[in-house]
Ligand binder design. Sequence first.
Ligand SMILES: C=C(O[C@H]1C=CC=C(C(=O)O)[C@@H]1O)C(=O)O
Length: 320
Amino acid sequence: MKNDTLLFTNDFSESGFVFAPFDSEQKAILFPLENSEFITEKLFLDAFIDQEKTFFADEAAKENHIKLVDKTIKEIKKNDLKKVVVSRTEQLEITDFSLLAVYQKLLQNYTNAFVYVWFHPKVGLWLGATPETLLEIENSVFTTMSLAGTQLYKDTVDVVWKSKELNEQQLVTDFIENQLSGISSQLKIDKTETARAGSLLHLKTKVTGVLNQKSTLKTLVSALHPTPAVCGMPREKAKKFILENEYYKRSFYTGFLGEINIKSLKFKTQSSSLFVNLRCMNINKNNASIFIGGGITKDSNAAKEWEETVSKSNVMKRVL
Ligand SMILES: C=C(O[C@H]1C=CC=C(C(=O)O)[C@@H]1O)C(=O)O
């Protein structure tokens, strides 16, 4: 961006880079293409795998998160909720922070993630390495994914998943299929596979289709965001529970970011690539706020859900 004016998308019809919050009632920030500069560089980095490092957990944070998960399970059993993704934030004091070094480590550690650094003087500095694609679309052909369920990677992706994780992820796939069926054709749901994201494994199902002529990028974004991978089912009820019960404001965590409506005259295409803002952090002076969450269903165990957020927090802690 060539100046510090804060601009927003009107309807996702502009060209540029968007940064959208979790709460879809709030506008997404836009760096318009015409005010931006494109620099492409090929990087050759060695893998930097430092997965053994673990960190001490904060007992008060543990107690709070377990309380929130227990409350969520009760709410699911009492009301018509099938799943709610609840999250927390952790504050870390960072000394000798080097943006370049941290960004490089993210790139080295998370080779199949979307690794980014985003900064606006009026909003702040965000960075992350997300394994989740919200959508990729070229002309009208799109790809999205259902990503949920977590276990630690222990030298193999050939693992067994428990029914809690299988159900939790199936729910996301069903939601995506249902949301897309009215606005697209040739919908194809691939076989579910285990996908590695650094030291973690997730269940992932690729979904492809063709967007109807009447539908726009905004229609597609609104249909998908937020999926039950970051919010819950039913969507509005889960979102209300999250906004009222989490101990902090998510802001851009579990929102999405990426390029929209980038035209290629050579290939006669227009494409957009948006990613869900997971495994991310917000840097403010010598403080890093990291954000981590997990899907809760009636079968969840609060202590295990806590451990899952600890494993996810290590993704960021290891590179800081
Ligand atoms: C909400 C997060 O992860 C989501 C994506 C993959 C697996 C998830 C899970 O197992 O709960 C979450 O749905 C997060 O990393 O903060």
